[in-house]
Design a protein around this ligand. Structure first.
Ligand SMILES: [Zn+2]
Ligand SMILES: [Zn+2]
Length: 153
């Protein structure tokens, strides 16, 4: 990778519309937002910083390891590496997000932020239930509570 990364103050180009994106300042990070397609680019760690625990890639990416990423149409606006399309799903929420294998950036199309947040919140609930389960002996009411997180289709 000989090309230097643009500094984070430089406006990035939307990978979909090829327009300059707008810097959206948040308390703990600066997100690049496209006014045209409502897409957002998050540098590594920025989703967690801005959106909180539910948006921590650690939460949803790990448990989705069985879903193999495929090459995306998009190139990373930060480092221009071809991004990977990572399928995420949880119950009724189903979304493909673009991850950059080069810099760890994440591209979310308009609306995908919501979907990812819902998936993250769900995963956290399941994780919490698992933690409760492993702490105590498998008391029947705990198993019931755990199973109730997976309503029958
Ligand atoms: Zn755009
Ligand atoms: Zn990148």
């Amino acid at each position: 990778m000989a090309t230097p990364k643009p500094s984070s103050d430089e406006p990035l180009q939307c990978p979909r519309c090829v327009k300059k994106m707008r810097k959206q300042r948040h308390v703990r990070a600066v997100i690049d937002h496209c006014d045209e397609c409502e897409g957002n680019f998050f540098d590594e760690g920025e989703m967690l910083a801005v959106l909180g625990k539910s948006a921590d890639p650690e939460v949803w990416a790990r448990s989705n390891r069985q879903l193999t990423p495929s090459p995306s149409q998009l190139r990373c606006p930060r480092c221009h590496t071809r991004m990977h399309l990572q399928p995420l799903n949880e119950e009724t929420v189903d979304v493909d997000i673009d991850l950059c294998p080069g810099c760890g950036g994440i591209w979310l199309d308009g609306g995908e932020v919501d979907a990812v947040m819902r998936i993250g919140a769900r995963k956290l609930a399941v994780k919490a239930a698992e933690a409760r389960n492993s702490r105590k002996d498998t008391a029947p009411e705990l198993i019931g509570r755990y199973l109730s997180l997976f309503p029958k289709k």
